[in-house]
Design a protein around this ligand. Sequence first.
Ligand SMILES: Cc1cc2nc3c(=O)[nH]c(=O)nc-3n(C[C@H](O)[C@H](O)[C@H](O)COP(=O)(O)OP(=O)(O)OC[C@H]3O[C@@H](n4cnc5c(N)ncnc54)[C@H](O)[C@@H]3O)c2cc1C
Length: 225
Amino acid sequence: MEIRILSHTPNPELIVALAARQSWSSKKVEDLKKELTPEKVSSFLRKLYKMHHLSPFEHANFTFLVEGISRVTSHQLVRHRIASYTQQSQRHVEVTEGKFVVPETIKNKSSTHSLYTKAVKSAVSIYKKLINEGVPLEDARYVLPSSVTTRIIFTMNARELLHFFKLRTCIAAQWEIRKVAEEMLKLVKEIAPNLFYYAGPPCVEGICPEKKFCELFKKYYKKKS
Ligand SMILES: Cc1cc2nc3c(=O)[nH]c(=O)nc-3n(C[C@H](O)[C@H](O)[C@H](O)COP(=O)(O)OP(=O)(O)OC[C@H]3O[C@@H](n4cnc5c(N)ncnc54)[C@H](O)[C@@H]3O)c2cc1C
């Protein structure tokens, strides 16, 4: 899979801090902006998060390109409603061979791998035959497995991303979407480390709703002030 940030709100940390600051002040926005040094922005954003004052986080948007994920995972992704999505259409773009995700649990045993490959090859071959018989792409695709890869562009704001990371970087989420979420988290942290200081599974804040206290708990749980 390939994941990139295509664009984002310029100065996302400053705009969030400024939005919150002005809501409590009678000063001019330009003056408040001058007061907001990087150190103040950093501590203020963490304070906002701790206070659950999250609506200012909605002013920072991030647009992602994700390629090479399965339709299983894109379906899980688009369940997150506070976002905008545009996905490559199987009604217009023909599926080609080799564009299928193979889970490790299938790949790591030759017998299961060969069963899987046989099933996918057969589906693709029937897909092609249907198209050659004049069936439109939009109908021929009904024979394709949901492991077929897709490309999707989507935009989420920082508040929704915090929520998304909480659900999808947790061990409870399936491995493929967890991989997507972990990579997205890495990318946004490079741009806005303070906006996403507390981002990650619930164990970042010491909570384990799964009551599994798994490896991720050991990795992520550190008391953050
Ligand atoms: C481990 C795991 C297992 C899952 N298993 C299943 C499953 O078996 N079956 C299944 O169908 N789904 C499953 N899901 C998907 C899950 O139910 C959610 O649809 C998905 O995680 C999106 O999360 P969300 O609804 O909290 O948030 P988003 O859609 O991202 O919305 C963010 C928040 O906005 C608020 N919000 C958004 N829309 C509304 C609304 N219409 N009304 C009120 N508040 C709203 C809510 O507070 C919500 O938490 C699973 C998810 C995970 C992480």
